[in-house]
Ligand binder design. Sequence first.
Ligand code: BG6
Length: 520
Amino acid sequence: MATIQMRVNPEDLSQVPKGSEKIPDPGIMVIFGASGDLTKRKLLPALFHLQQNSLLPAKFGIVGVARRPLGDEFAKDMREGIIEFGGVDANDPKLDNFVGNISYFPLNFDDPSHYAALKVELERIATEKGIGGNRLFYLATAPEFFAGIIENLGAQGMAQPEQGLAAVVIEKPFGHDLDSARELNHQVNAVFHEAQVFRIDHYLGKETVQNLLVFRFANGIFEPIWNRNYIDHVQITAAETLGVEGRGPFYEKAGALRDVVQNHMMELLSFVAMEPPSSFEAESVRREKLKVWQAIPPIPILNTVRGQYGPGVVEGQRVVGYRDEERVNPDSGTETYAAVHLEIENWRWAGVPFYLRAGKRLKKRATEISIQFKQPPLLIFNRMQSTGPCAEIQPNLLTVRIQPDEGIALRFGAKVPNAPGMSVCPVNMDFDYAAVFGKSSANGYERLLLDAMLGDQTLFSHRDGVETTWALYTPILQAWAAKKPEVFPNYFAGKWGPECSDRLLERGGHTWRNDLGKKD
Ligand code: BG6
C-alpha cells in the first residue's frame, strides 16, 4: 500500500513555547516499595528528565522506603538506573546534584512506630533543605500493603499536615474486582480527600494517548463524522510479544482482563468515545470519561474470549508455554489473552461494535486503535479483477498507533494511474511522530509525576471511574473463575491469539486487523 508522509516545517516546531510550564513548589516525594523495579526503571529516570528540563523545584527531596536494610547503596543503584533506563549520560552535569537529593529509609509496612520515625526523618530532611511541609507519597508496593500504609500515614497526621500539602499516588492494580476496589476506595478516602488522591494508569502518560484528545478536540474536521452515522466499528488492540517476565505469581492472580483490559484499554476506549469536555480540567474530562463507561451495558459472556499461550516461536525465538513459565501453576487456568465485544448505548455510538483485545506472546508488539468507517452508500467504480488489497474497494480506516512507530494513518482509495478503467487501490496518509518531532526518551511517567506534584488530576482515575469499569468486568471474571477453560493452552506463542477470537468478530461480519504497525 502506498504511503504519503506528513511533514512539518522545522521552523514551526522551533516556535513551540519552551519554559512556560509550571514548576511545583518545594517538597519531598516518598516512594514506598522503592526497592522494586518501577522506581529504578521508570520513576527515577522520569524525575531526572524533569530535572534536566528544569521542571523540578530547586529544593526537592526523594526518599525511598522499603523493607530491605539498604543505605547509601540505594542512591547509587538509582544513579545506575537513571543512566541505564533513562538513556542519561553518566557525566551529565546535573546528575550528581540530583542523586545527592535521594535518600533511603528502611520501614516495615505494618509497624506504626516506623511511620512515626519516618515522619521525624522527613521533618529532618525538610528542615535541612528548607523544603517546608509538602509531601507526595507514592505507593509502588504490592497492592496488599496499600491500605495499611495509608492508614499509618493518616494515624501519624501525615495525610492532613498542619503546614503544606500532602497527596498520594497509587499504582495499579487498584483492587482486583468491584468489591475490593470499593473497599480500597473507602480506606483511601477515610484518610485522604479525593482531591489528594492520584490513581495512576501509565497509559495516560503516553504522548500518543494524550494526542487522541488533541486529534479529536483540536481539529474541527473529525467531530462531524465521529459517530454511528459514519463509523462501522472500532478495534483496540494491546498486543505484546513479551511473556510474563518472571512475574508468574502476580500474573497468576491477575490475568489479561484485570492486568490490561479493565484499566489501560478502558482508558483508551474512553478517549475514543467521550463527548467533547467543556475544558481540559480534571472535572470535565473525568466526567465525560465516566459517562462513556456508564453507557456500556453488561457485557454478555458470549461476547468475551479468553486464551492462554502454549509454546511457540516469537520474533524468531523459541519460547515456552505459559504453564511452563517460572512460578506458574502447571495446570493454570489464568488467561494471557482476553477479547471483548462491547457496545456503548448513547446517541453517538448506539449500534457501533467496539472490539478490545489484549494478549501476551502474540505475533507482534503493537498497541493500536483502528476506526473503520462505513463504505460509501453507492460504489460507482468497478472492482478490479485482481487479488490482494486492490481486489475490492476498502472502507476508510483511521489507525492510531499508540506504540511502537507512534503515529496516525488514514487509509483512502486512490485511482491507480495508467491502469485500465477506474482502478482503485488503498493508500495511506501517515503522520509519524518520531519523523516529525524526533524520538523522545520520556517514559510517560514524567508528565504524570509532574501533574501529581502540581495537583492536576486530569490524567488520573477518579474513584467512580475505577468502580464503574470494575463493575463491568467483575461478572466476567466471576463467570470465568466458575468454569475452568476446557482447552487451555489454546494459542501458540507467536500467533494472533485463539481462533475463537476470530469468531467473536465474524458474528458481526468483521475481522481482526492483524496488519498492525506502520506501513512503508
Ligand atoms: C502493565 C501490565 O500495567 O502494562 C503489564 O502489568 C504490561 O503486564 C504493561 O506488560 C504494558 O505496558 P506498556 O507500556 O509496555 O504497553
